[in-house]
Design a binder for this molecule. Sequence first.
Ligand code: FAD
Length: 425
Amino acid sequence: MPDHVLIAGGGIAGLALALTCHQIGTRFKVFESVPEPKPLGVGINLQPSAVRELYDLGLAERLEGLGVRTRDYGMYTKKGLHIWTEPRGTWAGYKWPQYSVHRGQLFMMLYEELVRRAGKDCVETGWTATGFENEGNEAVLHLRSRTGEARTVRGAILVGADGIHSAIRAQMEPKEGPPKWNGAVLWRGATRAEPFKTGASMVMVGHSKCRFVSYPISKPDPATGLALINWIANLQYDPAQGWRKEDWNREANLEDFLPKFLGFRFDWLDAPALARGAEKVFEYPMVDRDPIERWTWGRVTLMGDAAHAAYPVGSNGAGQAIVDSRVLGRCFVEHGLAPAALEAYEAEMRPATTKVVLTNRVAGPDSILDVVEERCGGEFNDIEDVIPKAELAEHAAKYKAIAGYGIQATNEKPRTIPEGARVKA
Ligand SMILES: Cc1cc2nc3c(=O)[nH]c(=O)nc-3n(C[C@H](O)[C@H](O)[C@H](O)COP(=O)(O)OP(=O)(O)OC[C@H]3O[C@@H](n4cnc5c(N)ncnc54)[C@H](O)[C@@H]3O)c2cc1C
């Protein structure tokens, strides 16, 4: 009988699960559709709840080498007026930092570390998952190579970690169709520039119809003082007009969005200069998927974006994928490589992530920007006249609790996987 975990998709979720399987002494194999791992993407954030999991995987030093410990998170009107700033990571009282990192560098770090620990053969690239079956005590994964060759592999468990266009999920939910677009488009880039504010600040400027988000994702170069600054320009359109298929690597032109942000120039941030300085600009529609009733079919389950793709507004998509991998690992330790492990994992993670998907649609942490815009058009003498500080603090704390990274809850939670825990043979 097969005794290993098949992982369809070697993105952030799949690699974190593979590293977890290696840590708990379980055999596994990752099947990734791209022919060669490449450092794709721009900035992402890892909340302390995910950083602690990477620390528990022995990756603290490597993470520190890549990212920036995010110090605070601030909201500003389109006129650059200050609404609210809250400390982040250890500055907020967490035991672990929040990191802002380049997604491609995080991905390559996880990949290299996995290959170093478990050997190159544990990841097979160039194989696309096309479907699955449960057969007796086996999970069966169907694959296709880039040249059209079909192949079937068998394992004790199959995990669909194949992202927002998951083929595994599509088989479970044949009527679902493409992700849902809410009319917003995100233009993303990373530019070498001087860091602003504290040098490790994340800022959100404007409101949901016209918003600019920025934060550094590298430490400054000691010679030039320049850091890699991530930025996202966000505009709203009529969702009825439709959008091209979501592709994280679609390149775009500055003229598509820059004219709307020409006024976003303040003494601490020059949004047009940042956008013009990027080597490449990518566009991505704001899409998510409706939560589904079931992730687990016998010996097959979903994780990461395949399970719960949400709007990228709460800085927790990649972190949530990492947390999924750790909870699933703990369930393997507790229940073995059996359907009971997948059911226990789903019982814990599906309700929690469903709340995040739904909250991100209406009340992500930045929804305060819209409240301020509606109430005063972005201009005020004293923010207290527009929205009391206590209301701002309450909104921020509520979101963290829903997204599973409340300060006290994170600090008090025991390790997800106890040190030295192993899956019983
Ligand atoms: C190229 C790329 C760039 C990205 N850039 C950003 C970014 O700049 N900012 C941001 O916030 N998020 C970005 N994301 C998304 C972000 O990584 C995820 O939202 C989050 O990390 C959750 O990770 P995931 O592993 O579930 O999904 P992903 O990171 O999307 O990983 C899914 C993996 O599965 C592979 N795959 C897909 N279909 C199949 C299949 N049928 N069979 C086998 N393998 C398959 C994909 O190639 C990918 O490696 C990017 C994703 C990708 C793939």
